[in-house]
Design a protein around this ligand. Structure first.
Ligand SMILES: *[C@@H]1O[C@H](CO)[C@@H](O)[C@H](O)[C@H]1NC(C)=O
Ligand SMILES: *[C@@H]1O[C@H](CO)[C@@H](O)[C@H](O)[C@H]1NC(C)=O
Length: 205
């Protein structure tokens, strides 16, 4: 502002030097100077508002990016990491721990326990597939916390059995989803991953 004043005063000086300035002319120059000062003040206010707005916008963008990272939840795992096995039978229900992790974006599935823990409130889709060899009962259920949601069952198939089920579940953050082998049952798996478990977030709530 000081520079502008100096400039204007210089102009005044030049005018004065050229010929005498009337008080009317002087008033006009003063008015213009005031108007310029006002405009400058307004611009400064506007500039400050823009700065605050840009900062808020960039903060919002960052938090949206972080939120989107959290929303990426999907996993898929086969039962055995290698080799082949007839798994079972047990006297009690046994949580199936799928060890061959294909995808675990968001790390909500734990390959040490076989349990998926919802990282946020939302609607999720789960499916599981089980394979068994002939003469053996195959029975697997999917549970949410302590409650069975859906199951597959194959009573001693002649040669071998396949079964699959899937469910859309509304979960609260921290809810646990896993599959269990029933007592006195078997599942079979080998490198072909006949027995598997998958899930993903459809949308947050
Ligand atoms: C089960 O699935 C396997 C692999 O696709 C297949 O070879 C087999 O024939 C199926 N069993 C039955 C009883 O359909
Ligand atoms: C895996 O198991 C299936 C079904 O029991 C069998 O047909 C296949 O030969 C096995 N594959 C390997 C690599 O062991």
């Amino acid at each position: 502002m000081a520079a502008q004043k100096t400039l204007l005063l210089l102009c005044v000086g030049v005018s004065l030097a050229q010929d005498f300035i009337t008080s009317e002319q002087f008033n006009k120059i003063e008015q213009r100077l005031r108007a310029a000062e006002e405009t400058l003040k307004e611009l400064k206010v506007e500039n400050e508002a823009l700065r605050i707005f840009t900062k808020a916008l960039s903060e919002k963008h960052e938090s949206m990016q972080a939120e989107n990272e959290v929303k990426k939840i999907a996993f898929s795992a086969g039962f055995l990491a290698s080799g082949s096995q007839q798994f079972g039978p047990f006297d009690v229900r046994k949580t199936l721990v799928y060890q061959k992790v294909f995808t675990n974006t968001g790390n909500a599935y734990n390959p040490d326990t076989g349990v998926f823990t919802a990282p946020l409130n939302g609607v999720y889709f789960f499916r599981f597939y089980a394979h068994s060899h002939g003469g053996k009962q195959m029975a697997v259920s999917l549970s949410k916390n302590d409650q069975t949601q859906c199951s597959v069952f194959n009573e001693k198939p002649a040669s071998n059995g396949n079964a699959s089920n899937g469910v859309v579940l509304s979960l609260q953050k921290g809810d646990k989803v896993y599959t269990e082998l029933w007592s006195n049952s078997w599942v079979f798996d080998n490198e072909s991953s006949f027995t598997s478990f998958s899930g993903f977030l459809l949308f947050p709530l």
